[in-house]
Design a protein around this ligand. Sequence first.
Ligand code: MG
Length: 377
Amino acid sequence: MTNETTVHPTPALAWGAATDAGRVRTGNEDAFVAQSMFFGVADGMGGHQAGEVASEIAATTLRDRLSAGAGSVDVAVAAVVEANAAIFQGAHNNLDQRGMGTTLTAMVVLPDQGSGTRLAVLNVGDSRTYVMRNGRLRRVTLDHSYVQELVSTGHITEQEARHHPRRNIVTRALGIEPSVRVDTWVMPLVRGDRYVLCSDGLVDEVDDDEIAAVLAVHPSPQSAAEELVAVANRNGGHDNVTVVVVDSLEGDAPPPDSADLAVDLAWDEGPPVERLIDAEAGAVGAEMPVAIPDQPAPAVLPSRGRFTMGTLMFTIALAAIVALTLTLVLVVRHGSGNTPAATSTSTTITSVEPTTTLSTTTTATSPPTSTTANPGP
Ligand code: MG
């Protein structure tokens, strides 16, 4: 690989990649890049095939900027910021593409500055990068997703997150805002390491143990990538699935402690308010900013709805009481005027059904309030 600005040699890497629309979707909105110095997976979102446009803009922009590696982490992040701006601009120039966005997980080779070749991993959204070392699979990236926030705050387990009804909601994506926060990790290139970059179409269908088992029996990165896609489809194939597998054939010797990945983490810490973006529909229809870390969104938003419903029920019950009372009074006044009618009025008011209904309704709506507001650990 040659480039006027490139000063570092191409490391010995072997790689393979596979992508598939899955067994449910008609189109494939994932995109990937697999070159000697740069690898990336983008999972597009948005209607009218706009997700396909968004992921392709990301792949093309990053391929242009990073195919010869990156001089520094800042250079790599700048390329992601540029891709974000291009998608954001495209979404605002074309009505059909409004709200489009894409996740991105990427890995780029950094120059050897005397301490060996290093890799930078970049992430926005819920696609993932893993490292397999000595037979053990570790996730490097942290998902920017609603369920990851629930896991991180102890509200649900990793296993529950895999089946959560809102697992499609991501909290960050390229193209949704004029600017984007990019998480980065820097780690040494270690001989024998295997890196896996994938869209959520893999991890939603195949758990980490099964991914590790497939990687262990496929020495060829291409056959490993193809088999992982095939397993995702056998397990359901509900989403587009993309896998890039990269093997390091050189670099530092593996450390004796296989648990030590020596990852230098550089999360982009921002304010705890992020957007909820439907990974299928894009930003359209999910415009509200929601504070997640301290108070899960379902505990806040529906409670406002329950308050409105309770008020409505109370008003209806009160109106029913007043109407019945007035009706009975009119009946009494226009009746024969005998004494039993007055007695009847008194008795009926005492046992007016809406009073009972109001009490029952209030009681019945209370349990869901506490259940939803406190999902429990
Ligand atoms: Mg997906």
